[in-house]
Write a protein that binds this ligand. Sequence first.
Ligand SMILES: [Zn+2]
Length: 749
Amino acid sequence: MKKLLYFLVSFLIVTSISFAQTKERKPGHTGTSKFRQLKQELPTPNTQHTASGAPGYEYTQQQVDYVMNITIDDETQKLYGDEVITYHNNSKDYLEYLWVQLDQNMRAPDSKTPDVQQTSIAGGSLRRPKTFTKDYLKKPFAGGFNLEYVRDANDKPLSHFINNTMMRINLAKPLAPGATYVFKIKWWYNINNYILDGGRSGYEHFPKDGNNLYVIAQFFPRLAVYDNVDGWQNIQFWGRSEFALEFGNYTVNITVPADHILNATGILQNPKEVLSKEQYKRLQKAKKTFDNPVMIVNQTEAEAAEKGHSKKTKTWKFYAERVRDIGIATSRKFIWDAMAVDINGKTVMAYSLYPKEGNPLWEEHSTRVVANTLKVYSKYTFDYPYHKAISVHARRQGMEYPQICWNFGRPNENGTYSDRVKNGMIGVITHEVGHNFFPMIVNSDERQWTWMDEGLNSFVQIQAETTYDPNISSRGLPKKIVRYMSMDQERLSPIMTQGDHVYNFGPNAYSKPAAGLTMLRNTIMGPELFDYAFRTYSKRWMFKHPTPADFFRTMEDAAAMDLDWFWRGWFYTTDYNDVGIKEVKKYYLTDNPSKTAKTKTQRFSKEINELIYFASEDEIGDPSKAKKLKDFTAINEYLNNLSEVERATMKKVPNYFYEVTFDKPGGLVLPLIVELTFEDGTKERKQYPAEIWSKHDKEVKKTFATEKQITNIVVDPDLETADIDMTNNSWPKKTEGNQFEKFKQKLKN
Ligand SMILES: [Zn+2]
């Protein structure tokens, strides 16, 4: 019933205002509500990618199987390989050609990648020794694939054409739906020293002991994705936007010096051939040890191995099922520890490979972080389906492949390290191991949509790293994206932008989507609803190729929430959130406004006749300026007509009515979170759905009927919504805020 009175009151005031506005006529428009559906932006659903966001009954994807022999020559830092590729055309289409990715060509002397980079003296290329040397002193690195042959199954030369990082295999006749095509490639390339020449893989040279540590990836010609979304995904590899790959089964034999310790994607097929008896025994023990890592190769053994340079070789044989890629790590320097992880009754192995330079940090944390990551991610998505996950120490690297990843985090030479190095290492291992889920298993198109793996992964990373160590301050929280969101608009791109065309890659593809998902979970949907929907998406698209629409649609489909406004604002625009308190008006009921605001606590049943006037204070806190707004005879008459029973159950008349005008200088629509503080210090919080802005995009009024006087109002008190300007979020305005505002103004002038 309190509500009834409140409704009548606001109605009386509002009507008089809207009459005044109808006199002026404005031109018509097409409708730009921020709450309109995303029909124009999202692709039309079909029988492969359905309207619910799930794979449809006609969903297909290609499969590509590889049988490879790889040799890494440690003396010359060259990689030699041959492969037999079996391409399964599971689509309903005839294919005239196949596209093969030649990622190494990005490092070839004729690569176009350096050509599209701006080089300016002031821009710093003279100031950084590495870029200066690379750009002006050194011969270009002789990278890129050298193809020795491309042959068909009968060893006949196969017609092909190389366009930079893509190679078209011209088929003699179109490959029919359901048919399989076998072909062969042999190649070699110079492995880059990634410390000097950059790159996501390559080797680091350790001058003190003369050894190299290899982290090898994109090392073989591999098939591009063909699907009914983009046809062939053959956007060139410019070095930044990552990979789009098909699932398949891999048989890989890797030959390296006999004294190397090696690991790679896949199940090791010949452990007894490549491991010593002692190492094999320790590995069996590790498979049953769930509490602490077991040393398979300890530091003393690794240091001894550093000193020999065996001329003999060893071949490590792997078989990997349902993976989209392969990564290899090999060195004489490797220490190896291992621990079993229980994922809902299934044992998965967590491994770490690191040189002595990684200790003592790595033996302490790496494998434990791997184990924690697998557990937490499994909770938020699905049970980790592979048999192992490996964290490899590689200076300045943070890069992911199925079951294996490279991670930075190196202590000082004397073994000391800062919290920053430690937390950075925990963060990067969590992140890169987490990539097993996105995009290695939920296999989105990285070349096109960086956020689909980096953003989703950075979001789950927050849950995992804070589980490992609650003191870690995660990026990807809404308050941490404020600086980026308030940048010059010309330097911002919507999240839905292909990664090669983005200025601030990190915030755009990692932190902003992660902050958005954090907001979606904690503020907009609530953990229960969000977690169910997020798991649904993850499970639906395990071992498949989801698109952005599949994610957006699934989140709504599994939660019964229209989130189109959120996707539109956060993913399709560069709008920022800024909400403020523009004005607060105080009203009260009184029998005589010329007196004071001394309204007694009244009960309808007794003193209803005293409610005659609705008064307001012009300046809050100054009742002498109160003026009469309305005669309440009509309400009193209405109330007096209620039955005794109805009147007996009514609540107290509120003492005060605060009409608060919230303005929204920012373009985003998000929930409005308001915290009221009362004169006795108690607080009350109210959250309004984003839809509050649907008919009032610039400002909206809310009336709070209270028993106690409000002394303070704050919008978004816990910094949940990435509001870029907090100076207008409080009433009364904070003085520090005003000074900051002046300072900001000064900067603008
Ligand atoms: Zn990443």
